[in-house]
Design a protein around this ligand. Structure first.
Ligand SMILES: *[C@@H]1O[C@H](CO)[C@@H](O)[C@H](O)[C@H]1NC(C)=O
Ligand SMILES: *[C@@H]1O[C@H](CO)[C@@H](O)[C@H](O)[C@H]1NC(C)=O
Length: 434
């Protein structure tokens, strides 16, 4: 209800925002840092002699194109869509949980790195040679450039190794923690090089969960000094039912030629995917999300679900590292705008038959953005409705999907409108003071 009211208010004010915001009048833009979603930036790899390929085909010659130091683009490379190479991709993308270290690592002999940290270049396209079909944040970045943002000056990108999620306090997650440190440094540097102006953080999907953790892991005084606003696009605050489907049966993300079972092992291995399991704090725990002839599972039965689908290795990390992480949606106490899609069929209940979990289930849809269920998209707003120090505004875009939010013209207008209105808040308060 509250969200709908906000939507109406927003609609009424929108024409004003657009007028303010040919944005030429605003010369002192707050720096923007973009934080992508899972799979939303390039990832590079290099194979060392320790790498043991599962087949001749996956030997170290593949892929042929590498730089002089042996680095190649692991994500995204179109040859992975071809069956035999999907397998090579898979074994290089897998990460492994080490029970003794209580942390995850790459496969032996696979080194990875994230190119272009700080710049928007790793997020514009996933493969710069196939700009059109692998375009990710390019339309959004172009819209930002139209209102005066310049890459490297007041516009920055924070790509990361999206296979690795964070863990609850007391558990190591060296890759994801390093990313939070890099992001924190980027925020400080970007602010310092823009006359100390605080930053607008603009995230998509999983990126929003990282931003949320960064904020609550730093002191309020730091947030007040450095953060102007947090705009969270399509954030799965409480996970998704779609993730259950990914873990049970694999998910090709709509790529037609790939057998989902080929990618399932890799998808199960990613700790960031475990982070996106439906949260028992957000989903109705008396409502089954998965139903089989033998059992049913709600959001409080994820551990049993992992066991039953044949992924018992996931149970302990889920219980110790993920559950306590998602248990409490702490308010970060910076102004937040959630921009979300909706009115699109989104998996809500999965029915598996006698053939077990390897066969794709019958899916009953509910409301959401096609990937994330509405209850999860709205979870932050619902959790913080009574928090005095937590302003949350929700902008709903019916018919806009989880990823079209980065491309759809109406969605881009809304996002840019919001950025302009945040920037003009600054100008007007400055005008009042002087
Ligand atoms: C939770 O789900 C159960 C079973 O589907 C339903 O009866 C109940 O009304 C739901 N509770 C809420 C708060 O939606
Ligand atoms: C249900 O149990 C039967 C017998 O143990 C098993 O063969 C089947 O795979 C199970 N189905 C699911 C979906 O778990």
């Amino acid at each position: 209800m509250k969200a709908e009211i906000l939507l109406h208010i927003h609609m009424a004010m929108f024409s004003v925002a657009v007028m303010l915001c040919s944005c030429e009048s605003i010369t002192n833009l707050h720096p923007v840092i973009l934080i992508p979603g899972s799979g939303g930036n390039q990832l590079e790899a290099r194979l060392t002699p320790k790498y043991k390929p599962s087949s001749l085909l996956c030997n170290r010659w593949y892929p042929i194109i590498k730089d002089s130091e042996g680095w190649f683009r692991l994500w995204f490379d179109p040859t992975i869509l071809l069956g035999p190479f999907t397998k090579c991709f898979n074994e290089r993308m897998m990460i492994y949980y080490d029970i003794v270290k209580d942390d995850y690592d790459n496969a032996p002999g696979v080194e990875t790195r994230v190119p272009h940290f700080g710049s928007t270049w790793a997020l514009r396209y996933l493969d710069p040679h196939l700009k059109h079909i692998t375009s990710y944040m390019e339309p959004l970045i172009e819209s930002l450039e139209e209102i005066g943002y310049v890459d490297g000056k007041n516009l920055f990108g924070a790509p990361y190794d999206f296979r690795y999620g964070l863990a609850a306090a007391g558990h190591a997650s060296h890759v994801a923690s390093k990313f939070l440190t890099q992001l924190k440094n980027l925020i400080e540097t970007a602010s310092n090089s823009n006359e100390g102006k605080p930053i607008i953080l603009l995230s998509h999907s999983l990126g929003g969960l990282f931003v949320h953790q960064l904020l609550i892991r730093n002191p309020v005084s730091w947030r007040q000094k450095y953060i102007k606003h947090f705009i969270a696009l399509s954030t799965p605050w409480g996970g998704t039912v779609d993730e259950l489907l990914t873990f049970a049966s694999g998910n090709t993300l709509g790529v037609p030629l790939v057998n989902p079972l080929f990618v399932r092992e890799e998808q199960r291995s990613c700790s960031s995917n475990l982070w996106l399991m439906p949260s028992p704090k957000v989903f109705n725990t008396t409502k089954p999300l998965v139903i089989t002839p033998n059992a049913s599972y709600s959001a409080k039965d994820i551990a049993r679900f992992l066991e039953d689908i044949g992924f018992p290795e996931g149970v302990q990390p889920y219980k110790s590292r993920i559950l306590p992480l998602v248990e409490n949606l702490v308010a970060p106490e910076v102004p937040i705008t959630c921009i979300i899609g909706g009115n699109i069929n989104t998996p809500e209940t999965l029915f598996y038959g006698d053939c077990g979990f390897d066969k794709s289930p019958e899916v009953v849809d509910g409301d959401g953005d096609g990937t994330v269920n509405t209850i999860s998209l709205l979870a932050a707003e619902n959790a913080w409705a009574n928090e005095k120090n937590q302003p949350v505004k929700v902008i709903k875009l019916p018919g806009v999907s989880h990823t079209s939010i980065l491309k759809d013209n109406l969605a881009l207008e809304e996002i840019i409108g919001e950025i302009c209105s945040i920037n003009s808040q600054f100008s007007s308060s400055l005008a009042l003071r002087t």
